[in-house]
Ligand binder design. Structure first.
Ligand code: AKG
Ligand code: FE2
Length: 450
């Protein structure tokens, strides 16, 4: 065959091959798009197991798509323009892809009967939007004379302006800076302020400016290069529990705290009770399971989901589960003596809880105020035994522990010296089956308030 004819024949063959491959190409593109969206939806609902599965399916569709594109010798964008017949084919293939994505969604959500959840959350969003908008960027005036502070963004870092307690107007505090926190103590009063910072501090480059005329202390906080890894994940992996500072920092932590205190001040919280609703003297906090996409707390739960996803990839107890986040629960321990006696959060899978995550929001907490979380990792029963690890409930600090028949824990009584209630927000991640049951339970707890 003359060379020209051979080239023509080859090109005809290639065209025919492209024409048959195009519908498949389009279908794969649609599939990748749909699965990405599906994964996002699951993540928004805290359905981590479903999310991970959708991502796995999306990635495998992407591999097929890229393989096919390579075979056809076209890049993703060029594929869009590859042939004039594509527009028609696309229409048909879109239908197919939609049908398949629906089937995927059905398969993935087999165990998901939690349909009312999204609608509930939307309603709550409307209710809470306004409250968040109105929150001032200041410490709350729960107490007449507490120190107050505000964050001012400044280049890479920030400045915090701090005013002392009213009764100490002319006294400047001592300042202590660590990599993750700035701490001010007023020597002549019982106040202490510990603020988490959103970046690790380059302590040598930070400045403390005392503006005596204005009675203001300025902390000029300069960031250091980001820390390499998250020690919390490693701690959970190695010992089943751990904590980190600055999980929420700066204004982010203040916004959540303000929202939770607002709910508490409005009397929205329930008296602490034990499973089954029987009031006992086991816990004396006040609590509320919140709507999960309350705008003040959603950024926190999203960030937490990412952390738990990365923990779950490596921790044997969580690896093969379809984890699902429950509603965030606010808990306030107010008044001397408020506490939670030693307990497990789940016993032999009774309520599906697998890992407990608690974020503390107490800028004014200081040693001596009590209310530390105690963890007894070696205790087998309900009586504390073995070593006790105490976690101070510092502003922005996150504690995580595996909780199914593990890590007996308690909240120590609040001391007389505490000037502020102890505020925390907890999230439990459930194994899907138990999670479904418990989420219903939480919704009921919420309804009974309205
Ligand atoms: O707030 C804490 O430190 C832990 C609270 C707790 O154990 C719980 O709510 O089950
Ligand atoms: Fe607990």
């Amino acid at each position: 065959m003359p060379a020209q004819k051979a080239v023509q024949a080859l090109s005809a063959k290639t065209d025919a091959m492209r024409a048959t491959a195009v519908p498949l190409l389009v279908k794969l593109e649609e599939q990748v798009e749909k699965l990405t969206k599906l994964a996002d939806d699951y993540l928004e609902q805290g359905m981590l197991g479903h999310y991970a599965e959708a991502i796995k399916m999306r990635d495998s569709a992407t591999v097929s798509l890229e393989g096919l594109q390579q075979k056809l010798g076209i890049s993703g964008e060029a594929a869009d323009l590859a042939t004039p017949t594509k527009a028609e084919v696309k229409k048909e293939a879109k239908k197919d892809a939609e049908r398949e994505a629906k089937e995927d969604a059905k398969r993935l959500s087999e165990r998901d009967k939690d349909n009312g959840k999204k609608a509930d959350a939307r309603e709550a969003k409307e209710d809470t939007k306004k409250a968040v908008k109105d929150e001032p960027n200041e410490a709350l005036d729960l107490c007449n004379d507490e120190p107050s502070y505000r964050w001012i963004a400044a280049g890479e870092g920030c400045v915090v302006e701090i005013k002392g307690p009213a009764c100490e107007a002319d006294a400047m505090p001592d300042v202590e800076l660590s990599e993750v926190q700035a701490r001010c103590s007023w020597e002549t009063s019982a106040w202490q302020l510990t603020l988490p910072v959103a970046f690790s501090l380059d302590v040598a480059k930070c400045k403390v400016v005392r503006r005596r005329k204005r009675q203001i202390l300025e902390l000029h906080l300069t960031p250091a290069p980001p820390a390499p890894s998250c020690g919390l994940k490693q701690a959970v992996l190695e010992q089943g529990f751990g904590w980190m500072d600055g999980f929420l920092a700066g204004q982010e932590a203040d916004v959540v705290r303000a929202r939770l205190l607002d709910l508490w001040k409005k009397g929205e919280l329930n008296e602490g009770e034990v499973e089954g609703g029987k009031r006992q003297h086991l816990r004396s906090d006040h609590y509320l399971f919140m709507q999960e996409d309350d705008p003040a707390v959603a950024p926190f739960t999203r960030r937490l989901d990412q952390l738990v996803l990365s923990i779950a990839k490596e921790v044997d107890e969580l690896k093969d589960l379809w984890l699902m986040r429950g509603r965030p629960m606010v808990a306030v321990y107010a008044g001397a003596g408020a506490r939670y006696t030693p307990h497990f959060d789940a016993v032999r899978g009774d309520n599906g809880r697998k890992i407990t995550c608690v974020l503390y929001l107490n800028p004014f907490w200081k040693p001596g105020d009590g209310a530390e979380l105690q963890i007894f990792p070696e205790a087998k029963g309900i009586s504390p035994e073995g070593p006790c690890h105490e976690v101070q409930p510092l502003h922005g600090r996150l504690a995580c522990f595996l909780c199914d028949s593990r890590n007996l824990h308690a909240v120590k009584p609040v001391s007389e010296s505490a000037k502020m209630p102890r505020v925390a927000i907890s999230c439990w991640y459930y194994d899907s089956e138990g999670g479904q049951f418990h989420r219903e339970d939480e919704r009921d707890a919420l309804r009974s308030r309205s």
